[in-house]
Each structure stands twice: as C-alpha cells, then as structure tokens.
Design a protein around this ligand. Structure first.
Ligand SMILES: [Zn+2]
Length: 392
C-alpha cells in the first residue's frame, strides 16, 4: 500500500475521502507490457488548507523509470524568445547560465549571443541505472537536491523548465535550485498551469508522473514557502494549458503557506463531473460497437493512455493509431489495444469513430489528410473538451 502523504506545499494531512480516485492504472510509459503491466493506485486530491491539487499517493520511483530508451516528451518552445528578453531586461550583464532541467536547450539557444558561460548537465544520465532502466524525468526530479547540485557550481541565472510539477518534494527542489545561484542571481522555473484542464474537466491530464497540478496562486505560494521572491510571473497561453514562467530571487523570508482556504469550486466540480464523463464515453463507444463500428484513438501519448484508463474505456477502444516507429507493434499499457499505423483508418472500413489525442495543429492536419474518410461518414472528435465547454 502506497503511503498517503501530506501536502507538498503546506505539509497539512491530505484527506483521502476528498480525492478523485481514478483506480489502479499502469504507468503510461509501459508500452511493452500490454495487459500485464503493473498497476498503481492513482488519486488526485486538493489540499483543504492551501488548495494545491496533487497526487494523493506518490508512486514508487522505480515504477516510473522508463523501460525504453526512446521515452521522451516535448514541451512548448514558441514563447522562449520572449522569455529570454524578459530575463535579459533583468540581467543586462551577460549572466552565466546553469540549466538544471531537461528542457533547457531551446531556452539557452536564445541566450547564445549574450556571451556568458552556459552549462546544462544531464543529471538523469549521471545516475547509476540498473539494466533495462532508462532514467528520465522521474530520476531527474529526484536528484535535484542540495547534495547533488553542489558539484554543478553556481551561476547568475539558473533555469529549470517542466520538472517542478514532477517533484516529490517541490519546496526542497526550489530551495536546492536557489542554492545554485550566485548572490543576486535569478532562478527561472516554468510549469504548466492546470487551471484550463481543471475548468473543462479534462481527465486525460492526470498523470502518475505529475505530482503537483499548479495554478498561478499555488505556484506563487510554493515560491514564498521556499523563501523566494517573485520578480516576474509570465503567462503564455496554450490551448489546454498555459505556460507559467516565474523569475525568482533568493533572500525573501520563507513565508507560511496559505491555510484554511477550504475546497475550491474548481476542483470540487472536476471531481464531481468524473462519473458523468465516464458514463458519457462508455455509452457513446458502446453504441458504436452495437452498430458494428469500431473505435480508434489517434495518438498514443500519455494523455490518450490516461483518457482510456481514467474513463474506463480499455474494452471499448479497438485500436490506437500512431506512426512513431518506436511504438509500432506495442500495445497501450495495461490493455490489449494494439498501436497501429494511421493508414489503417482508411484501409479498414469498419471504423466509425476516431478520437483525436493530438495538438490543435496536428488535429487540423489529420482532418485534412483523412477528408475522404470523413466524407464517407467517419466521425472525428478531440478527446480534449473545447474551452468554455459546459459540464453537466
Ligand atoms: Zn496544502
């Protein structure tokens, strides 16, 4: 039984009876295991004191370590020139930069002409991995500690993008990152803002690797708890999630976390709408089968996998389309659903519904590419609810 912990922001006990308990789900990166994948209890809870939405139980690290060398994730980058300009305005004197996260390269590229030294150690690769294990974000978050970072030196600017939400101890991670700053230095952290997917009741965004689901308010509270002052908070809108970039400085007195805020309407609604969403999708996909039509999902990323498990669709989705060569021949973790090339959609004439687990841009391309299939009555719909989507 996994340990039910205390809040990662304010240390208050978490209340299991207020959690959204999704059930036992396989790690989304276990593509080789199919139906035999191990399962972890997954539940999301909001702290009744500080309103940080987080996982109720921390998954064991080894369960999360990829079994494939090719497991890699993409993060947004179109906003990075603007981020670099904001940093430059704060630090006009060619700062030395230490990139301590896994997604620093694209940001530091926009700082090349500044002239200062730049260093991006691969901290996950430095950990001693067992055979058949390929450490990635779960390991990286674990090694961002004072003792490990002591060997990385100090810099004027320390950056860490898209890792704080993976951290099992985010206050300590922020303090360790700030410990790598020279006096007066700036710490840049970037995380996804969870407000939008919580608002539209999108359950594909739950992920065993994301421990914390920050909003701007809880992210600011976390920084304050870690003794960091917010110099700037930048927001870059995304379709399902905005990117939040905080520029922080050390030296602020550590502040107590907010307490007594009580449950938020946002999370209460998210939790309450889950059974209805499960029923809606199970009925819709069941009706398709009753009509002799099969159901496909386009895209085999972790959001498609969580969509299938969180909504109880493992027996109702027939195939998942994905052209990534690494995933060819694999099954969706924890299920018998095969991952097949996208050309199957047109080659087999009994598929009636194709749910899209793709970015907005990729959805447009797919709709254009399969226009003939749509003309013949095929139905495509995004798994992501539309912004402004009304929940029953
Ligand atoms: Zn809390």
């Amino acid at each position: 039984m996994a340990h039910v912990g205390t809040c990662r922001l304010c240390s208050a006990p978490l209340a299991p009876d207020t959690a959204l308990a999704v059930g036992d789900v396989p790690p989304c990166n276990r593509f080789s295991d199919g139906p035999d994948a191990p399962r972890l209890p997954l539940a999301m809870v909001e702290c009744a004191q500080c309103q940080l939405v987080q996982l109720l139980q921390l998954p064991p690290l080894d369960a999360l370590v990829p079994r494939h060398a090719w497991i890699r994730y993409n993060e947004p980058s179109a906003h990075l020139p603007d981020v670099a300009q904001h940093v430059r305005a704060l630090m006009p004197d060619a700062p030395g930069v230490l990139g301590l996260g896994p997604f620093e390269g694209p940001l530091l590229q926009h700082m090349t002409e500044w002239g200062g030294a730049r260093h991006t150690p691969d901290l996950a690769a430095q950990s001693a991995a067992q055979p058949g294990r390929y450490p990635y974000l779960e390991t990286w978050q674990h090694v961002l500690r004072h003792d490990v970072l002591a060997s990385c030196g100090k810099a004027d600017l320390v950056t860490c993008r898209y890792l704080l939400e993976h951290s099992h101890d985010p206050v300590a991670m922020l303090q360790a990152l700030a410990g790598a700053l020279k006096p007066g230095g700036v710490l840049l952290v970037e995380v996804p803002d969870s407000s939008k997917f919580l608002t539209v009741c999108d359950y594909s965004f739950i992920w065993e690797e994301h421990v914390c689901y920050f909003t701007e308010a809880t992210l600011r509270a976390l920084a304050a708890r870690a003794g960091l002052a917010v110099r700037q908070c930048l927001r870059y809108p995304g379709t399902q999630e905005d990117a939040l970039v905080l520029l922080l400085q050390a030296g602020a007195p550590g502040q107590a976390a907010p307490s007594g805020l009580g449950p938020s309407a946002l999370f209460a609604r998210y939790r309450a709408a889950w059974p209805g969403q499960r029923t809606h999708y199970q009925q819709w996909l069941g009706d398709m089968h009753a009509q002799g039509r099969r159901v496909a999902i386009f895209g085999a990323g972790h959001q498609a996998i969580m969509f299938i498990h969180a909504l109880g669709l493992a027996q109702l989705v027939d195939i998942v389309l994905d052209d990534a060569p690494d995933k060819a021949g694999c099954r969706i973790p924890g299920t018998a659903i095969p991952i097949v090339p996208s050309s199957v959609l047109q080659a087999q004439d009994d598929i009636g519904l194709c749910l899209l687990a793709l970015s907005a841009g990729a959805q447009q391309s797919v709709r254009a590419r399969f226009d003939g299939w749509l003309q013949q009555g095929g139905v495509m719909q995004s798994i992501y609810p539309e912004p402004g989507h009304a929940v029953d």
